[in-house]
Design a binder for this molecule. Structure first.
Ligand SMILES: Nc1ncnc2c1ncn2[C@@H]1O[C@H](COP(=O)(O)OP(=O)(O)OP(=O)(O)O)[C@@H](O)[C@H]1O
Length: 337
């Protein structure tokens, strides 16, 4: 009897890769109260996703980012969002993850290991679940195509929403900020902590009821292998960059305008001064915004503090709801009380 065991090196390489993946899949996760049990991650075929998007019809395109083109698609009776990577997997993905020796050792099996690496990243992403994070539902990966399937957020990004100049009460803005802060806090509370590092108003998506969720949580691994620059390089080191980005997000959320990139907190203060507000909730809002943008970075609050502050502001708004204030350009003509 002949037992064919293939190339021993290839077999060992695959076993090591599988061991590595199983370790990631068994990794620890956070157990904060809003953690959602991960649904089963679905592996879609390319054919299924072609059908879902009408063969990736332009009409289904809703945007694009550094990962790739973003489509809506229909799977069963459910609308989903499909991100299709710009370019296929490159062997250098693996080279950046493993040592040079290991890559040499794997030799001709780079392709399967790249795919295994991609699948391990996707599995990891799918385990990061929270009600304020956009859920990854599934993926498709072969040697030519890599696609990610996410839940669909019908109102698009906060940036889209602000651009469309749709009405948003101050209370609603606070509730969006609070949702987004909780999403980031969940990432920071994971063991080991996860930094988003690309947090902007485009990364906060709104559902039909304007509940907000942070998109692309845990996607950094996939993107870092592609030499991407940080969104806010002045945000400082890993632990503070999300907080800095959150401060910019708060400014953008309240003004509707993209704030300039500031060199210092004095510049931020100069930017805010002519825009002072009368209403009591605006002051704590601007205070926490400025604290997030603090220099040096070590003076910035942690996200749990940000969540607590925003919760207090939100509660004040609920209490004084009947005194409603319209937001918009006229807001900034109000002088200091
Ligand atoms: N799950 C989703 N539901 C609804 N719309 C989405 C979803 N994901 C992305 N979009 C839309 O697609 C656009 C592009 O998203 P994507 O995350 O690829 O890039 P980005 O955030 O705009 O830029 P980058 O990733 O380069 O920083 C978003 O601005 C948003 O309008």
């Amino acid at each position: 009897m002949v037992i064919y065991i293939g190339t021993p090196i290839a077999t060992i390489a695959i076993l090591i890769a599988l061991f590595w993946i199983s370790r990631i899949l068994c990794g620890k996760n956070s157990n904060t109260s809003s953690t959602v049990t991960p649904p089963r991650l679905i592996e879609f075929s390319m054919e299924e996703l072609r059908q879902a998007t009408n063969n990736f019809d332009m009409a289904n395109t809703i945007g694009h980012g550094c990962y790739g083109v973003v489509y809506t698609g229909l799977i069963g009776d459910k609308i989903v969002v499909i991100k299709r990577e710009w370019c296929g997997l490159q062997p250098r993905f693996l080279a950046e993850v493993y040592t040079e020796n290991f890559v040499d050792f794997i030799g001709n099996n780079l392709c399967i290991c790249d795919i295994l690496w991609y699948v391990s990243q996707v599995s990891y992403m799918s385990k990061i679940q929270h009600r304020n994070l956009v859920n990854l539902l599934g993926y498709c990966c072969d040697d030519e195509n890599q696609l990610l399937v996410f839940e669909y957020m019908v109102n698009g990004s906060v940036r889209d929403y602000l651009d469309a100049s749709r009405d948003l009460t101050f209370k609603k803005r606070i509730s969006i900020a609070l949702d987004a802060a909780k999403g980031l806090l969940h990432l920071h509370n994971l063991d080991p902590p996860v930094q988003h590092k690309r947090f902007t108003t485009s990364k906060v998506l709104l559902d039909a009821d304007l509940n907000a969720k942070v998109s692309d949580p845990g996607m950094l691994g996939l993107l870092e292998a592609r030499d991407l620059r940080l969104v806010n390089p002045r945000g400082g080191l890993a632990e503070t960059i999300d907080v800095f980005s959150f401060g910019l997000f708060l400014l953008e959320l309240i003004t509707g305008e993209k704030p300039d990139v500031f060199e210092s907190n004095e510049e931020i203060v100069q930017w805010i001064l002519p825009r002072m507000f009368t209403r009591s909730s605006f002051k704590p809002y601007m205070k926490i915004t400025l604290e997030c943008l603090n220099y040096p970075a070590i003076d910035r609050p942690k996200m749990d503090v940000v969540v607590t502050e925003l919760e207090t502001i939100y509660q004040n708004e609920v209490i004084s709801e009947d005194r409603g204030v319209a937001l918009g350009s006229e807001l900034f003509n109000i002088t200091i009380e």
